[in-house]
Ligand binder design. Structure first.
Ligand code: AMP
Length: 434
């Protein structure tokens, strides 16, 4: 038999045996909407489900009202759907160990085990891994008493950086020059990490890994503070853009060599291999690149812009990570253009978000291909109206030939949307687009 004949027979056979990929995404924010949107555009995906999802995700996937923190329920759903791949989006289910029963059931899952997710779940654990792997990060102390915290604050001096050790949805970090405020935050947490202040611009770099091979994605920058000019409290993120025209050449390779690969190798060496998405939050300081934090999942809102630029169909990439075959994957393809996302948040976010208000203008924002709207905190009301249902409500995203064009389109989309008390930053990607 000639080689082409074998190849043809094999591909026919494969198609019969693997008619397509059925995917279940866990989560219900704009990150999961971005993942679902990309997966829905992948011709290999024949069925797309999401639990619990939201009003926007329901337009591209079948949603299921399953508790995302309940590993037994998620595994039962994956079995019922005959899912070929489960993608766990948020940190809470990962840290709660939702990936573990899925793996035990033999279902390919994109996302780390509970043990490996401690890289995000405990800042003290992350610091220990970094020390073991020789990864550059801020010097730090782990403190459990106010006396220890006071001593650590004085050792580093202002500005003070105080981080709740556990998960806090991006809101457990206080950076301040007010010693009293720093100490008060430390006192309100059971265990804190107090560390030296890192100056310099921040970069988010994601990598997909199967525990051995590490595939970096394109860098992005997010905007953590609530108000323009980086004022106001820390939030889960108010917007993002990619690429970063100001980033030094060779940054991705440097971070791969000095941060991502050593961390993945160290976790494997410790017997807690990390498979899924490794997120490095970096500061480009005057003394070199330093890790601010690791996350164990796609970042929100950076995912919205990174996936908007990814041209390689997503399902095969996530499946290769889940199956341990990333080394065999072809290099990822990216658009040369830019993407910008602007978060529309509800009144009172992040302290006390107001919910339940109808959202107007969703279709108008997407008209003429200006932007696409990814839902974060939304739900369908009884009359079918889309209502606000969380602090971050929408992520209005656009692509363009360059950042200026993508930014203009994203803000044009934002202007068409209205709900009571809506707030957003007006300076997302502004400096970089100039
Ligand atoms: P994290 O949750 O650790 O990413 O922290 C949230 C935000 O706090 C970061 O994006 C930074 O803007 C800021 N931050 C955290 N650690 C430091 C640090 N060591 N120095 C300066 N800013 C920091």
């Amino acid at each position: 038999m000639s080689t082409p004949w074998i190849a043809c027979y094999w591909s026919f056979h494969q198609r019969l045996r693997f008619p397509g990929v059925k995917v279940l995404v866990i989560g219900g924010g704009a990150r999961e909407h971005a993942l679902c949107r990309s997966l829905s555009q992948d011709p290999a995906v024949t069925a797309l489900h999401c639990a619990p999802g939201n009003a926007g995700i329901a337009q591209v996937a079948t949603v299921h009202p399953v508790d995302q923190l309940d590993g037994t329920a998620v595994t039962a759903l994956a079995r019922e759907l005959s899912a070929d791949l489960v993608v766990v989006g948020p940190e809470a289910p990962l840290v709660a160990g939702v990936a573990d029963p899925l793996r035990a059931a033999g279902i390919p899952v994109f996302g780390p085990s509970a043990e490996a997710a401690q890289l995000e779940g405990s800042k003290a654990f992350a610091k220990d891994v970094m020390a073991g792997a020789g990864v550059p990060t801020a010097r730090s102390y782990v403190c459990t008493t106010v006396e220890e915290a006071a001593a650590a604050l004085d050792a580093f001096g202002a500005p003070y950086v105080v981080k709740d050790d556990g998960l806090a949805a991006g809101k457990g970090v206080v950076v301040t020059s007010d010693r009293e405020a720093a100490l008060a935050h430390a006192a309100s947490c059971e265990r804190v990490v107090i560390e030296e202040y890192l100056d310099g611009p921040e970069v988010s770099l994601f990598a997909i890994t199967d525990g051995t091979t590490v595939l970096p994605l394109v860098p992005a920058q997010d905007f953590k503070r609530a108000l323009d000019g980086d004022e106001g409290p820390n939030t889960g993120g108010m917007g993002a853009y990619s690429p970063l025209p100001w980033a030094p050449e060779g940054l991705v390779q440097e971070v791969l060599d000095t941060v991502l690969q050593p961390t993945v190798d160290e976790l494997r060496r410790r017997g807690t291999p990390f498979s899924g998405l490794l997120y490095a939050g970096l500061a480009l300081t005057s003394r070199g690149t330093r890790v601010i934090e690791f996350n164990a999942r796609f970042g929100d809102p950076e995912t919205q812009v990174v996936l908007a630029r990814l041209e390689t169909p997503l399902a095969g990439v996530l499946l290769a990570a889940a199956n341990g075959t990333l080394a065999e994957l072809e290099p990822l393809r990216w658009s040369d253009g830019a993407a910008v996302t602007v978060v529309l948040a509800s009144e009172g976010y992040p302290a006390a978000p107001r919910t339940g208000d109808p959202i107007e203008g969703l279709a108008e924002a997407e008209a003429d291909g200006t932007a696409f709207v990814l839902h974060a905190g939304t739900r369908l009301g009884e009359d079918g109206a889309v209502l606000t249902a969380g602090g971050r409500v929408l992520s209005v995203t656009a692509t363009g030939g360059d950042l200026a064009e993508a930014r203009a389109k994203a803000y044009r989309g934002v202007e068409r949307i209205a709900f009571k008390g809506a707030q957003h930053r007006t300076d997302i990607a502004l400096k970089a687009a100039r």
